[in-house]
Design a protein around this ligand. Structure first.
Ligand SMILES: Cc1ncc(COP(=O)(O)O)c(C=O)c1O
Length: 411
């Protein structure tokens, strides 16, 4: 099937006129490595864009570029011809995906399980570890709410003790970030829960020194890397953590509802899976975390197209671009009166949060949406209040100028 026939089939399936989806057709290859703005214009042309909304909330979830959408539709079409045969017998090829994902995050394929999101990955570990009443878990007030809820449920159910850390956010001082964690560790600490790239403000926590310290004391380390993977370089072996959770529908731009769980090989046997694995599955086998029942194999398999797209750009170039976009708008926003950054200069990448004096976060986010059609995230958590701006690879500098104009005109 050629591209046009394929798109016509998709249009028919979606009940949309062909002309409406024809703009997904961008067969030209990416320009050479020297034409930087041309290159990003090509990247942009690969994304389906909203006709009027300026989407600066790409942190929660990312759109899929055209090759991912095409792969997804192609796989769905094929699967629906005979799901029990095509989807289960032909499409369900997890091993090549496992290998490619492992190569992207400094892990061994035998340490990677394919799951639906970071929540599933991290909660498998939070609920899967054997802990006794009185055992202590160290975590931060700024960790993600679902993980906090999971730990609180264990506290209520199993009598474990949670020791809370307050991080001095924002900061570029690594020692200041590490100190509160180190001070909270006691001989009773069994688990250290860390968030590598904090969703509220984009603060990066250098986890390596903390995991090294924890390992010396026999403490299990979990890293929430939901926002890190495919945004900044991730290397779980170098990070030295025991487990980590990742969302692939964020910065990798993979289909919605895709994620991965990393567990260091030696520690797999210690963790019970959330959904019991069949008896013939060895406790040391990472695949025990994939026993879920029916799930969308087209969704899972289209991850491969997202990896292709990611590799076409390259991690270093992607991080540099996302950082450049953040620096571009933030430096100018900080010249305006009433605006203060909640994001550090150095320990950050593409995502940043500003506080605007006199504005409640949700009121400001609503105002920007209603008045200027700009979508941002209201942040009001753990004492951090502001709006989070999250551009993506398809965001242009002129789009950020539109944001700056709106900020300048704030009443
Ligand atoms: C730090 C952090 N952890 C976990 C999650 C949960 O991710 P998911 O919705 O993919 O489960 C998010 C989502 O934004 C997050 O920012």
């Amino acid at each position: 099937m050629d591209r046009r026939t394929f798109l016509e089939a998709v249009a028919g399936l979606l009940g949309m006129p062909f002309s409406q989806i024809a703009h997904w057709e961008h067969p030209s290859p990416p320009p050479g490595p020297t034409d930087e703005e041309d290159f990003w214009a090509w990247v942009r042309s690969e994304f389906p864009l909203h006709p009027s909304l300026l989407n600066l909330n790409n942190g929660g979830v990312s759109p899929h570029p055209r090759p991912v959408l095409e792969a997804l539709f192609r796989l769905e079409l094929a699967a629906n011809e005979a799901p029990a045969y095509v989807m289960w017998r032909l499409q369900d090829q997890k091993e090549p995906l496992r290998q490619r994902l492992a190569a992207l995050c400094g892990a061994d394929p035998e340490e990677i399980a394919l799951v639906r999101n970071s929540t599933e990955a991290l909660e498998a570990v939070i609920f899967g570890l054997d802990l006794r009443p009185g055992d202590e878990v160290v975590l931060a007030e700024s960790d993600y709410p679902s993980m906090i809820a999971a730990w609180k449920q264990r506290e209520a159910r199993d009598g474990i003790r949670l020791r809370w850390v307050r991080l001095p956010l924002p900061t570029d001082d690594e020692e200041a970030l590490l100190r509160p964690y180190l001070e909270a560790l006691t001989p009773k600490t069994r688990v250290l829960h860390l968030t590598h790239l904090i969703n509220w403000t984009g603060q990066i926590v250098p986890v390596q020194r903390l995991t090294a310290e924890a390992r010396q004391r026999g403490i299990f380390t979990i890293v929430d890397a939901a926002h890190s993977f495919a945004h900044v370089a991730v290397d779980f072996h170098a990070w030295g953590c025991d487990a980590a959770g990742v969302s692939l529908h964020k910065w990798l731009c993979a289909p919605f509802g895709t994620g991965l769980l990393y567990v260091r090989r030696e520690r797999i046997a210690e963790i019970w899976p959330l959904f019991a694995a069949p008896a013939d599955r060895q406790p040391t086998d990472i695949r025990k975390f994939e026993h879920l029942g029916t799930r969308s194999i087209p969704t899972e398999q289209a991850i491969a197209a997202a990896i292709d797209f990611h590799e076409q750009i390259g991690q270093a170039r992607k991080t540099a671009r996302l950082t450049q976009l953040r620096q571009y708008w933030l430096a100018q926003a900080l010249t305006l009166p009433r605006i203060r950054s909640l994001t550090p200069q150095r320990l950050a990448a593409g995502l940043a949060t500003i506080a605007v004096e006199g504005w409640e976060p949700s009121k400001l986010a609503d105002y920007l949406l209603e008045k200027h059609r700009i979508l941002v995230t209201a942040i009001d958590w753990a004492g951090l209040k502001g709006i989070r701006i999250t551009p993506h690879l398809y965001t242009r500098l002129v789009d950020l100028d539109r944001l700056l104009e709106a900020l300048k005109k704030l009443p």
